[in-house]
Design a protein around this ligand. Structure first.
Ligand code: HEC
Ligand code: HEC
Length: 339
């Protein structure tokens, strides 16, 4: 049923790559459906037993929030991925200028995504340009719009500090080096899991975990076809789709705009312009504003956009309110309890 809906959507608008992902999706979904979830649900609970090394992740957390990471000592990962914003950013685009007052170095012209449950994503970034966290991390260090430094310079800054030398000795028994700093940051990324949302408890069999509004919202989410794109463990995050399937959302431009180019950035194929990785919706309540450019300020506004442009439907205010209640049931505290 869902596969049919998706095929219909793809006939309208998926790029060839999305079609591949969509084909993979229908098989992958069957294969990866958790035995714990009630049969037929398009969303699966997150595993509760994601493995990570706690002391190493703690060291990674300290690095993540340290401005020593950047060349000028003014920007950390937390400048754009903040706990108070669901490990995302309240600014529409995460410009370094906005993050740290560095007008000479604009940041990525994109809304910073949440880092919760990033270990389960099939591709990283709105464009899906990266396959795995280690290569992605290397790119952040070197990217002049992000940390603008080198691993060697970063390690030298840490090694100059008695506190950091002590912190590394406590975990590794030795001083900071590139491999150890990388491992700690990556372990922290792996530790950012939120497996105990009310919706996970519902999927594991606790019918009372959802309010009547949230349960009704979930019914709309399925019946209207939101779950043909936002599905799986992350309620998204496992395929690419065009923004503006039923009618154009971003104006077609001769030259793709920085930020709006989407999957084109990774493939260079014209048909991938305005195609984005479908975002996961876990903890979405915390990560306003929405869309790749941060142009939708509230959940209500982005749900309206989705209904009109992705589904060609309209929703009543009551249905929108109930879908918001459902989306809020996807919010959970991080398991590591330590961002
Ligand atoms: C200047 C703001 C900024 C800083 C600093 C920053 N990020 Fe990001 N981050 C972003 C933006 C914007 C994106 C989306 C980029 C894109 O899609 O092309 C992103 C994407 C990511 C992603 C991919 C998430 C996904 O859903 O695909 C990860 C992982 C990540 N950042 C980790 C980090 C880590 C670790 C650091 C520190 C080493 C860091 N970021 C520093 C703004 C920032
Ligand atoms: C055809 C696929 C598709 C359908 C159907 C769809 N979405 Fe989306 N959704 C997307 C894509 C792609 C994006 C990201 C677009 C962008 O950022 O430019 C998105 C973004 C979102 C966001 C913003 C997330 C964020 O972090 O910025 C929310 C919330 C959302 N969708 C909810 C819904 C709801 C609710 C429905 C049903 C009414 C729905 N979607 C239907 C593909 C879809």
């Amino acid at each position: 049923m869902r596969a049919i809906a998706l095929t219909a959507l793809c006939a309208l608008s998926c790029s060839s790559d999305s079609a591949v992902s969509a084909g993979h999706f229908s098989e992958g979904w069957e294969a990866s459906r958790s035995p714990a979830s009630p049969s037929g649900e398009p969303i699966e609970p997150l595993p509760r037993d994601a493995a990570f090394d706690q002391p190493l992740a703690e060291l990674g957390r300290a690095l993540f929030t340290s401005p020593l990471l950047s060349e000028d000592g003014r920007v950390s990962c937390a400048s754009c991925h903040a706990i108070e914003h669901g490990m995302a950013d309240a600014k529409p685009a995460s410009g370094l200028a906005a993050a740290s007052g560095l007008p000479e170095r604009p940041g990525p012209a994109l809304n910073s995504p949440t880092l919760y449950n990033v270990r389960y994503l099939f591709k990283l970034n709105w464009s899906g340009k990266f396959d795995a966290l280690p290569e992605h991390l290397d790119s952040l260090v070197h990217n002049p719009r992000v940390l603008g430094t080198t691993w060697e310079a970063l390690v030298a800054r840490l090694a100059d500090s008695p506190e950091w030398r002590q912190a590394f000795r406590a975990v590794f028994g030795s001083a900071p080096n590139v491999d150890r700093v990388r491992r700690a940051l990556l372990e922290y990324e792996l530790s950012l899991v939120t497996p105990d949302a009310p919706f996970d408890r519902f999927l594991r069999g606790d019918a009372g975990a959802l309010s009547p509004d949230a349960a009704q919202g979930y019914a709309h989410f399925k019946a209207h076809g939101c779950s043909s794109c936002h599905q799986g463990m992350l309620v998204g995050g496992n395929m690419f789709q065009r923004l503006g399937i039923m009618r154009p959302y971003l104006e077609d431009t001769t030259e793709p705009q920085l930020g709006d180019s989407g999957r084109y950035e990774a493939t260079g194929r014209v048909e991938d312009r305005h195609v984005f990785r479908v975002p996961g919706l876990r903890n979405v309540e915390l990560t306003a504003p929405y869309l790749h450019d941060g142009s939708a300020p509230t959940l209500e506004s982005v749900i309206g956009i989705m209904a009109t442009y992705q589904l060609g439907r309209s929703l009543t205010p009551e249905q929108v309110r109930q879908i918001v209640a459902f989306l809020r049931s996807l919010t959970a505290a991080p398991r590591s309890a330590s961002p």
